[in-house]
Design a protein around this ligand. Structure first.
Ligand code: ACO
Length: 311
């Protein structure tokens, strides 16, 4: 038996009305949103690291300027998302603490190393590509601030994907060594990109409730299928070999059938044992500590300004 408040909340969800920060919401809805949005924010911020490594190694001034602005966009996405989570009654400091102590997750993909310039192409194209498929769907999420954040983020994310695909296009049209580099990056990033969508629906702990509450609008497997379908023709256009040897068009389903993901690898990476997990967190902690003086200076400046105001 639902209480009157719960009934009104569910009526709003059913009517596709957004839930806003001051509205009543079930405690579990609030907690689930904080979990998802804060992990999403952490992913944006940690995601700056693999590409940041290549800023000093970009092959031209033009490529460097593009990559720099793309990475800055990711920082902005993190900030929108932290702000959206803060409307649910958690502080930025609490979220950062959860990340740095290893309690909160961030997308598994960012624990893979970026080894060559071609990885900048594969990351923009596949990682941001997978992120968009998910985020387009989240534009219709039931929580107002999250939904509005997603609309803005998706616009920028489309540029990110294009810049990645553009790097791949240049490489496949370059020397045989460059084309081989592009193939190698595709081979390494394709499967981890599929893992970004999370476990199969049958294994997904949060999906059922998140779908009912319309926090999530499509399931992990449905979104992954969309990505597999759209990526197949993009790989073909690049003239590269598909990393999934079992990929096959299924006329009846109107979708590609694909090989199985290595779930052991997925669970290992999210348990903290990926190539770069430790390095990513150490780097975040170091940067955060080194930035302490900026936060202190800002707080001191604000206090001074306020004191003047009340004089
Ligand atoms: N990497 C790390 N952890 C993951 C991943 C992944 N690819 N997929 C699932 N998980 C975690 C979940 O966070 C959850 O852990 P928790 O209970 O400790 O929080 C657990 O595995 C079980 O998974 P689900 O029940 O399926 O979790 P959920 O319903 O939250 O679905 C998903 C996972 C699809 C990632 C969802 O949270 C989502 O859509 N998030 C927003 C998008 C996002 O975070 N994108 C980040 C990458 S994009 C970018 O930053 C460029």
């Amino acid at each position: 038996q639902l209480s009157l408040q719960e009934q009104q909340f569910m009526d709003k969800i059913k009517a596709e009305e957004k839930i806003e920060p001051k509205d009543w919401m079930p405690e579990k809805y609030r907690k689930n949103l904080i979990r998802q949005i804060s992990q999403h924010a952490h992913s944006e911020v940690i995601g700056m690291q693999p590409e940041g490594n290549f800023l000093t190694r970009a092959p031209s001034l033009r490529r460097k300027a593009i990559l720099l602005s793309k990475i800055q966009d990711e920082a902005g996405h993190g900030l929108y998302l932290y702000s959206a989570a803060e409307t649910l009654g958690i502080s930025r400091d609490e979220m950062i603490e959860a990340l740095q102590s290893g309690r909160a997750k961030y997308a598994s993909i960012f624990n893979y190393p970026a080894l060559t310039w071609a990885d900048m192409g594969a990351i923009g194209w596949l990682v941001d590509g997978a992120a968009i498929v998910n985020q387009v769907s989240l534009q219709r999420t039931s929580y107002g601030p999250y939904s509005r954040g997603m609309i803005r983020i998706c616009k920028e994310e489309s540029f990110h994907q294009r810049q990645g695909y553009d790097i791949m296009l240049s490489l496949v049209n370059g020397s045989p060594e460059q084309k081989a580099m592009a193939q190698d990056a595709l081979n390494r990033f394709y499967w981890p990109a599929l893992m970004m969508f999370g476990p199969h629906d049958s294994e997904s702990a949060h999906s059922a409730k998140s779908m009912e509450w319309k926090i999530k609008r499509e399931t992990n497997d449905d979104l992954r299928q969309k990505f597999i379908d759209q990526t197949a023709s993009q790989i073909e256009f690049l003239g590269l070999e598909h990393p999934d040897k079992d990929l096959k068009w299924n006329e009846e389903r109107g979708h590609y059938d694909s090989g199985e993901i290595d779930w052991e690898e997925f669970h290992n990476v999210i348990a903290g044992n990926g190539h770069c997990n430790r390095q990513r967190l150490e780097h975040h902690i170091k940067a955060h500590q080194e930035g302490a003086w900026v936060r202190e200076a800002l707080a001191a400046y604000n206090a001074k300004k306020q004191a003047k105001h009340t004089e």
